[in-house]
Write a protein that binds this ligand. Sequence first.
Ligand code: SF4
Length: 684
Amino acid sequence: SRSPRPDTVRTTCGYCGVGCTLDVVVRDGSVAAVLPARDGPVNRGHACVKGRFSYGYLTSAERLTEPLVRQDGVLTPATWDQALDAVAAGLRAAMEQGGPDAVAAISSARATNEENYLVQKFLRTGIGTNNVDNCSRLCHAPSAAGLTAAFGRAGGTDSFDDVERADCLLVVGANPVEAHPVVGARLLSAALDGATLIVADPRNVGLARHADLHLRPRPGTNVALFHGLAHVLVAEGLIDQDFLAERATGLDELCTLLTDYPPERAAEITGVPAGDITAAARAYGRAARPAIVYGLGVTEHLHGTDGVRTLANLAVLRGAVGGTGHGYGISPLRGQNNVQGASDMGALPDLLPGYGPVTDPAARARAEAVWGQQVPRRPGLRIPDMFRSAREGRLRALWIIGEDVCATDPDSRQVAEALDACPMVVVSELFLGETARHADVVLPAASWLEKDGTFVNFDRRFQRVRPAVRPPGTARTDFDVVHAVARTMGADLGCPTPADALSECARLAPDFAGLSYDRLDREGAVPWPCPSPHRPGESTLYTREFATGDGRAHLSAAPYLPPGEVPDADYPLLLVTGRRWAHYNSGSMTRRGGNLLLDGQGRLDLHPLDAARHGVRDGAPVTVESRHGRARLIARVGSDTAPGQVFCAFHFPADGVNALTSPHADTATSCPEYKVTAVRLRPT
Ligand code: SF4
């Protein structure tokens, strides 16, 4: 719903995937304050330091206010007409030399649903390629793949309101107190109200300090841990036989596999004591209403999709999914504000809006009927393949929207080489970040407080995004810019406004058929699937049947396989990367507000034993090296990390953290293995 106060604009936070409703107080055309909405459906009057105070970047002197076009090797201010002509010429040249598949685009969770929808429509109908991907490739692509394989849809199974009612919470590979603070607070309060809290995470994360059980698996060993838990559930009869017989498949294969994973063997692989594995399984198995919440510590692995699927096994074995009344399924905590929506809108190389495969003639026909144009049938390139293709000279034009890939993607040296090898790189950005410096054309973009649209949060709720202030200078929304580029190339994408774009998407994607701006303005938040304007969206999935081909939940019998890197004599420590509470991703927004005063530099957390072993002092500079690169950080010695492991965030690109991370990626989805890199260190 709209804000109740005349001087405020109600919108949805553009940082993490919780999707807090915020009332932005505007004075003289500027943001004067951001207030958490008391009636916000997820935040209920709360917000974290990012959503509430990180808006100083809006008026930063570093904001891009006019396009830049590279001339004689230098990025030079240009008019929009000049910039659009340069982009169109670059795209046309790429198509002449390599066909439509020589062009690609990387879209973003920072973009609205409507912007993501328009980008993929432009690539598919204006260019003629499926080479479009979004940043979920780097975080939750294994969730989409794993949850679809298990249950049929690429989202969490239950709403957070239900999760909060659980009497046992299994929180895996997530640090919500810092990365999703409003949800972290709600989980903590559920635990304080009596829910059993089990945290599975290698680090001593905030929630772990309040947990009944804290399991600390070695990074890269999740699948063995989940099989160990499943083994106990089966061995002790803590499974729902009726549910499994009526609504699931794959039990026999899984039970055969689980004979290899008694708690003792799982303990050997994971380092978690067998007794703790047994105790955790009993707590989850005996609870009346258990729920699983997980984060990127499950997905960002060489076998991340197997991790999601084998974690989902627990909910299926327990019959705790599908609105059975016996629990609240499995919910991924999305890192970025609209990472769910970017994929929902089809900014993916193999899936159309609403997840219809491009290889499926019926899904293509639905889109073609609405778009009036043919949809290419061959799946396009994923983000890592785009970079590879550029290095090999096949990809000749790449448009990157709202992603600082040189700062956030793994093995950043190779990313920079790919951009330098690509004849036309277009970057739409707020600031001249690491990636924009490699661009041929830089287009100044509007931020989430400056645009109109919708986001989808981590529990599948569509919510409105409304412009509170105008973008600076001539900066424009990605929605406007995609239209402008298409027009310059002679293409008409239709849907002139964001509201039109959502309506058009609703016509081709059955799960979104009941959505419209009128409805969202009236109701505030509507979850998908929402197949009818006359029915509420489904906050709990699969109450009748699962959305798989046979209508049943599919258990996975994937075996544990080791991670891409393990410690050795040369690189004896394992690096885990993640987020800290005051900053967001590459920090381009949160570093340009007051948050630097709260958390102003990149730090490497390490255990006192490792500090002593490597001669590193607390607060002193330290050089970290992997097989892929080098970074310099400030040591923070403490017991949050286990011996043999170190942790740092990626909020400060100048530190070069992603020069360290490896090119290993999930075998099913190409999601990078950010959580496991073998490193060594020395005092700087
Ligand atoms: Fe809410 Fe996340 Fe925004 Fe914080 S960053 S205000 S938790 S949506």
